[in-house]
Design a protein around this ligand. Sequence first.
Ligand code: 5GP
Length: 261
Amino acid sequence: MKKGKKLYEGKAKIIYATNDKNLVIQYFKDDATAFNNQKKTTIEGKGVLNNRISEHILSNLSQIGIKNHLVKRLNMREQIIKLVEIIPIEFIVRNVATGSITKRLGIEDGTVLKEPLIEYCLKDDKLGDPLISEEHIFAFDWASKVEIDKIKKMVLRINDFMIGMFRGVGIKLIDFKLEFGRTKIDGKNDVILADEISPDTCRLWDSITEKKLDKDRFRKDLGDLIPAYTEVAKRLGILHEQSNVSAVNVTKLSSVKRKKK
Ligand code: 5GP
């Protein structure tokens, strides 16, 4: 597989072409952004951890029949993924109210929702990813009814699976964001899960202490983001090192791999 030119650079990832027109390489950066890019920094080792955690979750989802774009992880920072046309909607799933919904609707932080709540946001940084309704999606042809019905089923199945997976390792899945893309499977149009699922895109709280193990550590200036992401990776059985994986260790792992190539 040959790495070609850069096709797209987002806030946390870069997409490169390959010599196969249906496949691209997804590179996980160390950049962290929040509040629509107003807060930015680089956190050494974040990309390595997100690459591993997202690979783990997407492979597990594949095994329960959730089609997704992951083909395989290439190295510490890169994955080969299927090229899809990203649907311009962020699908937010909430099990517990926190974050934007508490401010928007005055709901008390930490309120456990009776059922998972799906929200739609338009993927548009210039507009600040505004909340939209299903009616907006159909009115402006951002996705079809068939696509949204299929995605909603997948979203709820993904939520059920991830709640169980995280509960098993002492973590509460509070909320998360998913993206989907259009592709052709056996000549037929289909929608599959795309992007990443990681502590950058989920809210994860320790089941007992409710310690935040996700990107809120950066958003809220709580510090210790790498130890928190490392804790998630270790609990999921991804990292087996006895020692604490510090930012320095993660960077070392990353550079060892690079030298080998
Ligand atoms: P909220 O709407 O409360 O800010 O976010 C809800 C959930 O979706 C959180 O888990 C958050 O991490 C995720 N999320 C929403 N929008 C984005 C986004 O643009 N980027 C990332 N990485 N996560 C997002």
